[in-house]
Each structure stands twice: as C-alpha cells, then as structure tokens.
Write a protein that binds this ligand. Structure first.
Ligand SMILES: Cc1cc2nc3c(=O)[nH]c(=O)nc-3n(C[C@H](O)[C@H](O)[C@H](O)COP(=O)(O)O)c2cc1C
Length: 130
C-alpha cells in the first residue's frame, strides 16, 4: 500500500472516477496520504464528487507515471475524526488556504476492499490488495 501511495504522490495528479446512477464521472485529484496504515484522499462536502461517493462508495483511480500506470478499484469510507482531517491538511499545507479541519466542509476518505494494479507495456500486471 505504501508503494501505491508513493506512486500517486510521485505522479502528482491522478483521476478519480465515481458513479452517478448509470453515468461514470471522472476528475483530477491530487491528495494521497497514508494515515494509520490506510490510504486517504481529501475532498469537500460541497462537491458533487462527495455526494456521489456517499451515494455509492465504489470508485476507481487511474494514474500514469514513467511508462507505468496504476489503477485502484475499491470503496471509500469516510473517516469523520478531526485527527484524520488534520493529518491530511498537515501533509498538504497548500490545502489550508481553502480548508480547515473543523470547517464543516473538509472530509477525508480511506480506501477499503481495494485492488491496486500496476501495469506497463513491458511487465505483467502486479496486483496489491489492501
Ligand atoms: C491537479 C488537480 C488536483 C486536484 N486534487 C483535488 C483533490 O485532491 N481533492 C478535491 O476535492 N479536488 C481536487 N481537485 C479539484 C477537482 O478536480 C474539482 O473540484 C472537480 O470539479 C471535483 O469533481 P466534481 O465536479 O465531480 O465534484 C484537483 C484539481 C486538479 C486540477
């Protein structure tokens, strides 16, 4: 899982897909943070992406870097603890211009039942479950 987090951090940008009814939705994301051994992402409750995750926690992520790509299929669970939100904001100080742990908007989710697959044109797919 640390390898998965590092890949997302090094890639800088990944793409997070949610579902809304029968319509896939995808957008760029950047937050990827390990807290208490779990992989977390951050968003704001006011966003459509948040509403979609609460309605259906199944998501998929894709990132590409140096000829290799990563897909993560799994579910996102909200961690509503202040310390989880603060840990994310500490890892991404630039977010503190827009978000605060107690602003009622900031939220963090961690992956569960996740399968990460590293692929490239030159090696067989490698799967990591976490
Ligand atoms: C490079 C990049 C990284 C981003 N990272 C995040 C992020 O980690 N969390 C977030 O909520 N929005 C992030 N955004 C903004 C979202 O892509 C944007 O708010 C998007 O519209 C949210 O999806 P929605 O419109 O379906 O709610 C990022 C945007 C860019 C360009």
């Amino acid at each position: 899982m640390e390898r998965v987090a590092k890949f997302l951090q090094d890639a800088g940008t990944y793409y997070l897909a949610t579902v809304e009814g029968d319509q896939p939705r995808v957008r760029p994301f950047g937050t990827a943070h390990v807290f208490e051994g779990k992989l977390y992402i951050q968003t704001g409750k006011v966003k459509s992406v948040s509403r979609q995750i609460h309605a259906n926690p199944k998501v998929e992520v894709c990132a590409f870097k140096d000829g290799e790509w990563l897909r993560i299929a799994g579910e996102l669970a909200e961690d509503d603890r202040r310390e989880a939100r603060q840990s994310m904001l500490d890892a991404y100080p630039s977010l503190q211009n827009m978000y605060a742990a107690d602003d009622g908007n900031t939220e963090v989710f961690y992956f569960k039942n996740a399968t990460a697959t590293f692929s490239s044109f030159t090696h067989a797919p490698e799967e990591i479950k976490f």
